[in-house]
Design a protein around this ligand. Structure first.
Ligand SMILES: [Zn+2]
Ligand SMILES: [Zn+2]
Length: 327
């Protein structure tokens, strides 16, 4: 690329003064928007290594074979024309950020433009791409910086996930803020539930979105429920097996056997004592989250054989996320 050529991220700046220093490793993007732009131009310039090196180790792509991952990046680059990039929204808080953008792309003369809300996390002073979800419709044509209230997750291997949570004494305004942030975090990561230890608070508190199963057996997420100091009892003898995942153990899913029905007693965010009989997916999610405040993870509930089969994947996650080692 000639030095006077415009950057393929469509910033209207010369490549040398825009994304080139990032691609060459001379400088690190100071915020998630700059990383977003640098990744877009890296796709346009066929720089798959830049894409891989700026992807967070907790992202699902890391579970794929590195060769096939690299190949799919290259194929995408080769088959696309990168016609424009519009940043619609940028929110940043501490070491987390989201960037919503529209990438104008054409593939084989067909429009392949998409809008994505991407999540980023800063790790060792470097912004990394965590993942994204496709957004529908059109966002307004301007960049805004708003308050972002998503909390950093604790991942497999973090000692806090193995600790028993302390009881919550009082529902303070700080606790209410924490619950609001937990709900935003759960929603940002498309979770059905989130327990306080998963966001580095060792207390007996979790939130869920009441799940129901529609006719197609898909899980639909309903209203938020907040459980403070919950206790479980009257486990049904009937059990069932269904696949579970966990935001703290990215990319791992396994079928877990759990009782069909339980009774849960808890305090809600308004301070009211509640006793409920719950069943099916709601009971499953409550038991999964309750395990978290006991320091138990869903993988602990698998058979020794199943655990053995997951051993290397789990060690991999631990290494990647905590030791910062690539595969
Ligand atoms: Zn650029
Ligand atoms: Zn979990």
């Amino acid at each position: 690329m000639r030095e006077t050529e415009l950057c393929p991220c469509h910033s209207e700046k010369n490549y040398t003064e825009c994304c080139m220093p990032f691609h060459k490793g001379i400088a690190l993007p100071a915020n998630a928007v700059l990383l977003m732009r640098a990744r877009y131009s890296a796709f346009a310039l066929h720089l798959p290594d830049y894409i891989m090196n700026t992807t967070h180790p907790a992202s699902p792509q890391y579970m794929e074979n590195r060769f096939s991952w690299r190949y799919s990046i290259s194929t995408f680059s080769k088959n696309s024309i990168f016609q424009g990039l519009e940043i619609l929204d940028h929110k940043e808080k501490g070491r987390l950020a989201t960037v919503t953008f529209t990438a104008k792309i054409s593939q084989k003369n067909t429009d392949a433009t998409f809008t994505e809300k991407s999540r980023f996390e800063k790790k060792n002073e470097q912004w990394l791409y965590l993942g994204g979800q496709l957004e529908e419709g059109h966002a307004p044509n301007l960049a805004t910086i708003g308050q972002f209230r998503v909390l950093p997750l604790a991942y497999y291997g973090d000692a806090i996930l193995r600790r028993k949570g302390d009881p919550v004494d009082l529902i303070t305004s700080d606790l209410i803020t924490l619950v609001e942030e937990m709900i935003e975090t759960m929603d940002a990561f498309d979770g059905i539930g989130l327990a306080a230890p998963q966001i580095h608070h060792s207390i007996r508190l979790f939130v869920i979105r009441k799940p129901t199963e529609d006719r197609a057996k898909e899980i639909e997420l309903g209203p938020v429920k907040v459980f403070i100091n919950p206790t479980l009892s009257e486990y049904s003898e009937e059990t069932w097996k269904a696949p579970e995942g966990c935001l703290s153990i990215p990319t791992i899913r396994a079928a877990v056997e759990r009782p069909k029905e339980i009774t849960v007693e808890y305090t809600n965010l308004e301070g009211k004592q509640i006793r409920e009989r719950v069943s099916g997916w709601e009971a499953r999610v409550i038991m999964h989250e309750y395990d978290h405040i006991e320091g138990i993870l869903f993988i602990d509930r698998l058979s020794p054989k199943e655990q053995e089969a997951l051993h290397s994947s789990l060690e991999n996650i631990k290494q990647r996320i905590h030791d910062g080692k690539a595969l």
